[in-house]
Ligand binder design. Structure first.
Ligand code: COA
Length: 379
């Protein structure tokens, strides 16, 4: 067993939560009591959103009502549309989401309302609006007209439709729906913690989501899926996978999409996505990305399994998204479009039983120094 490193709050319990359970040794993930395999096999992203927000699965009329609320919220205020049009096309999607959610907080009639009802309504709007923001930004930055959602379909189908302007393949839409389910929550991951820290000052929901988006952006967290695709492009062929891994190991470079703070077994989400990526590759007649991912896993896994390093959720989502026709720069914003459901569930839990987060640090700096006028100071 490797020695524990300082910092990183590893194993430190900072709150009680009834939203998500992870058994990192067994590779188990549970939302509100339901195993992720069960939800991935049978549920939809909307149903999982209801579950995470309300603590139970919806009845039929509750699900229908949520569907209507989500689709009704898919309308960007004209002021925000004008802001988006002013941004340079190369602005990254995560920065655009930060700008967009800040603006939505200003424009939301309940922006500063803190009642549970207002926060629940805002959570629904945010889940719809992040998808709308991501797809609208994608089209505007490619000089394309935004596409309006179709009310008879769910969020996953609409994401792909509003991104490309074309009705998605049935298997692609279902795979994407499952990917959104798998990314929806993950206990006290870095971005969720960041959201809860902001909320614990009794700041509003939109401000907390902006914090979370900034945290998710980093390549050690949500940014890893885009980094996996970059790696696969560099590798280029199945034959190149083993030498690439060899070189990374020799030069102590990380293989993106591997390793996890909590999982010391294969991430259950990677397990599910692996099968879906393989099936989708076959269906789209483009299995090369999946095969390359497999070859990286085969070359790298035996070298690091003893240290508890296995593929994580980002490893197989990259090849799956790619064959669905999703551009790399949307991978991390898609993570945000899903995780906003978990973030907002955690925020509601935080507001309901709040205590300010204020940890401590060991001071290792100097003491007792005396101020000198600027002309008497030495370099
Ligand atoms: N490739 C190669 N080595 C890895 C690795 C990877 N993907 N992930 C961890 N390691 C190694 C580290 O180099 C370190 O080795 P050392 O002790 O010899 O220095 C050891 O394993 C511990 O890694 P560390 O980064 O300190 O652990 P952590 O708990 O902070 O890391 C992650 C968790 C996710 C940040 C880390 O595994 C990582 O950077 N993975 C790649 C990025 C990624 O896929 N992120 C998405 C997570 S869902």
């Amino acid at each position: 067993m490797a020695e524990k490193k300082l910092g990183g709050l590893e194993d430190v319990v900072v709150c009680e939560s009834s939203i998500c359970f992870i058994d990192g040794q067994r590779g188990q993930l549970v939302y509100r009591g339901y195993d992720i395999d069960d939800l991935a096999a049978h549920s939809t992203f909307e149903e999982v959103a209801y579950l995470l927000w309300n603590g139970r699965l919806p009845l039929e009329h509750e699900l229908a009502e949520l569907h209507t609320q989500l689709l009704d919220a898919m309308l960007l205020p004209w002021e925000l549309l004008e802001v988006l049009k002013q941004l340079p096309p190369e602005s990254g999607g995560m920065r655009v989401l930060q700008v967009g959610v800040s603006a939505l907080g200003i424009l939301d009639p309940q922006g500063d309302e803190m009642s549970p009802e207002a926060n629940r309504a805002k959570a629904i709007r945010l889940a719809a609006q992040l998808i709308l923001l991501t797809t609208t930004w994608h089209r505007l930055s490619h000089n394309l007209e935004p596409v309006e959602p179709r009310h008879e379909y769910g969020l996953a189908w609409n994401f792909l439709y509003m991104m490309s302007g074309e009705e998605p393949d049935h298997l692609a839409a279902r795979t994407f729906d499952v990917a959104l389910i798998l990314h929806a929550d993950h206990e006290l991951n870095a971005s969720t913690f960041s959201a809860r820290v902001t909320a614990a000052t009794l700041s509003d929901m939109h401000s907390a989501i902006v914090s979370a988006i900034g945290t998710l952006k980093g390549p050690l967290h949500g940014g890893a899926n885009e980094a996996v695709m970059k790696m696969l492009r560099e590798i280029g062929t199945v034959e190149n996978a083993a030498p690439y891994v060899e070189d990374a190991v020799t030069n102590k470079k990380k293989i993106m999409g591997f390793g996890h703070r909590v999982y010391k077994a294969k991430d259950p989400r990677a397990r599910i996505l692996e099968g879906m990526s393989q099936e989708l590759g076959r269906r789209m007649d483009d299995s090369s990305w999946f095969e390359m991912s497999r070859a990286v896993e085969a070359a790298f896994q035996p070298r690091v399994a003893a240290r508890g390093i296995y593929p994580n959720v980002d490893f197989f989502s990259a090849s799956a998204y790619h064959v669905m026709g999703i551009p790399d720069d949307l991978f991390t914003p898609i993570f945000a479009c899903s995780r906003v459901v978990g973030w907002t569930a955690h925020l509601m839990e935080q507001y309901a039983n709040n205590r300010l987060f204020r940890p401590d640090s060991d001071y290792v700096g100097e003491k007792g120094l005396k101020w000198k006028p600027v002309d008497e100071r030495e370099a």
